[in-house]
Design a protein around this ligand. Sequence first.
Ligand code: DP6
Length: 365
Amino acid sequence: MIETSFIPSNLKTDSVEEGIISWRSPSNIALVKYWGKIEPQIPKNPSISFTLTNCFTKTTLKYRKKKKESSTFEFAVFFEGNRMPAFEAKIKKFMERIVAYQPFLLAYDFEIHTENSFPHSSGIASSASGMSALALCLMSLEQRIDPSIDTIQFNKKASFLARLGSGSAARSIEGPLVVWGLHEQVKGSNDLYGIQYPFKVHEVFMDYQDTVLLVDKGVKQVSSTLGHGLMENHPYSSARFDQAHAHLSQLIQVLETGDLDNFIRIVEKEALALHAMMMTSDPYFILMRPNTLEIIERIWRFRKETGSKLCFTLDAGANVHLLFPKKEKESVNRFLTEEILEFCQNKHFISDEAGSGAVKLDDVS
Ligand code: DP6
């Protein structure tokens, strides 16, 4: 599918005056990481993630037809009830990027109300859940204008729009596993939008657990967007992109058979490869903290001593995601309390698990 197929023809807004739409959209955690992109948010390699359940953004979009159509975007953003001009530049940029695909954005005044289920500045990136929730609200408005849009087209375009807000947001529409970025073995995969993982998945992965350990809630020194940019001219970039392709190929078998030893090997290698790219870029930087390493060592020791299938992954920060099968929940929780929590800020963690994607909430037309 090419980008022009997302440009609607002849959308008539006449019958849609005003209304409210709400969506709840989850965060996701990548197993094979997206790190490196070109304009407009085209990934340098394919990625795959678990869609989460408990870490989500809830967004409510209020729209009202402008008295007179103008060439400016009219909107206000509210975060947890308070007007947030600081978020508005990012949303404006997003609207500028997507207006070719949703020309009706210029026909309405909007209020965007948003809140996260996870605490503000927890170090959990809200861009995936936030951008996907907004993209879904805008798709619902498009569907009110053009009711012929079916679910398949709806999800595709929601992911396509979300991607233009934040790359990883393309993977938050459906679940429990989503692939984004062209991979020769994954049927239907492409760089424009995420697709539900199309192959057989062993039941162990359907409710895989992700406990997010909040190691450092501080503001990141280097944003993801900047980090992606440093993959340009990176000495190891082409080897890294090849590695991501190879890891996704290997995961196909692992996801089908439930081979957890190889799952652990691939997922941990991906996390460390991501951070190795950061440490070897120019300028170089380190997002892990001493406690990140302490936790990783303790996970490895725990695995060795108990035979547990607990493993870790990292995103672009110091937090550690503990990934494990649901049947290990009790023993991992004990390990968490006894050996890990002291290394988290204020002993803070969030229990999450793989889920089925975004949910539309009650709405009023
Ligand atoms: C390390 O999606 O946050 O979490 O596209 O610039 O918004 P932008 O970046 P973003 O990058 C996420 C990077 C990552 C890996 C991943 O989620 O695949």
